[in-house]
Write a protein that binds this ligand. Structure first.
Ligand code: DAV
Length: 378
């Protein structure tokens, strides 16, 4: 299979050319929250994006209306028209970020259609390099590789190796959580969908630490996390102990029967402002009580638009460029209006084709450097 790989000149597919941070005193990797002024970001790609091979962890996350599609086509490339249209949107998004003064890096394309084995299992394919947010967590000057629970994502990091090596050479701390085995002991094969309460179940067990980075959201010294079908208590504890006692990790639970990633549920926007999913959040964390809570309006994604791997709450999956500027999907008019009413400056970008891969602006990015320091906001 050959794929026409085109990338706009405004971004760097290869990571060899690095601009150094504006201020010498600031590390090349530096991000403590979701809102300090964004200086450098990784934007994903959908080259060789592959439909996830069917597995319990996939079943526990994807909308039931797309189950048959994934069961049938899992392990094969996503339709090429969709890949090309989404890559075009990603390039436009990268261009927009450039125009707003942000340095943009891109991962290297990797052939995700190849199958691979470990001594314990075989995966018919990889997935994609579309969502750096799922895979990497930046806390201060530290780049942390997440121990992901989906077998198809075991080698997803390979597309980011050049970037990680370069950031390390430029002074970042780079670590990987313990590589999980992902044997059957990790999966709860008796899993049934559930909501908060004593009967709550997840698709993974506590066999070993696993998490996706996107189950965490950062507010300086306070970090919020949800347990999910990919993030277990063992994984949360690993991170807690690893990052040390300067930080407090708060575990939250939401009314979400398909929990995977917090960034379409609870989205901190700026000190004192949080965007909240009205269907999933009934009780806000106590420290956010005094904040301005903005309840997200329903998304404008048309009913027949394929969202293979997520809910339509992707509308909330925005990216803050600083405490005011927010990147929003261009057809989300009610949300755009709400942002304006609350003093934010929406910057619009079309992203509907990309949405079909399971994420939006927050998922598609990893903020490598924001201009700020570690602070307490509560
Ligand atoms: O439907 O809430 C959104 C985030 C996926 N990375 C959802 C998932």
């Amino acid at each position: 299979m050959t794929l026409e790989l085109t990338r706009e000149e405004t971004t760097e597919t290869s990571s060899r050319l690095f601009n150094s941070p504006k201020t010498k005193s600031q590390p090349v990797v530096n991000s403590f929250n979701e809102w300090d002024c964004l200086e450098e970001v990784i934007v994903g790609i959908v080259d060789y994006a592959t439909i996830p091979p069917w597995h319990l962890t996939v079943q526990s996350t994807v909308p039931s209306k797309h189950e048959n599609f994934i069961k049938k086509f899992g392990g094969q490339p996503f339709p090429q028209e969709l890949v090309q249209a989404a890559n075009k949107e990603l390039d436009q998004f990268a261009k927009l970020l450039n125009a707003e003064g942000v340095i943009v890096k891109r991962p290297n394309p990797v052939d995700n259609t190849l199958s691979f084995n470990t001594p314990d299992w075989q995966s018919p394919s990889g997935l994609y390099q579309a969502m750096p947010r799922d895979l990497l967590l930046v806390i201060g000057d530290m780049l942390i590789e997440a121990p992901m629970a989906w077998r198809s994502r075991y080698y997803e990091i390979n597309g980011y190796r050049n970037l990680l090596k370069d950031y390390f050479q430029l002074g970042a701390r780079w670590i990987s959580a313990p590589k999980p085995q992902l044997t059957n002991a990790l999966y709860n094969f008796d899993y049934v969908e559930s909501l908060p309460g004593p009967q709550r179940e997840y698709a993974i067990t506590e066999f070993e630490p696993t998490f996706d980075a996107a189950d965490f959201t950062r507010c300086g010294k306070d970090i919020f996390v949800q347990k999910s079908n990919v993030t277990n208590s063992f994984g949360i504890e690993w991170l807690r102990r690893h990052i040390g006692n300067q930080y407090t990790i708060h575990e939250l639970e939401f009314y979400d029967s398909h929990p995977m990633h917090i960034d379409a549920t609870l989205v901190p926007l700026a000190p004192g402002h949080v965007l909240v999913n009205p269907e999933r959040v009934s009780k806000l964390p106590i420290m956010v009580d005094s904040w301005n809570v903005i309840y997200a309006p329903p998304s404008c994604i048309p009913q027949d638009h394929p969202l293979y791997m997520s809910s339509s709450w992707l509308s909330m999956n925005i990216l803050m460029l600083d405490e005011k500027r927010v990147v929003v999907e261009e057809s989300e008019e009610p949300l755009i209006k709400l942002f304006k009413e609350n003093g934010f400056q929406p910057i619009t970008c079309s992203f509907r084709n990309f949405n079909s891969f399971g994420g939006s602006f927050h998922c598609a990015t990893l903020d490598v450097r924001r201009n700020g320091t570690l602070q307490s906001y509560f």
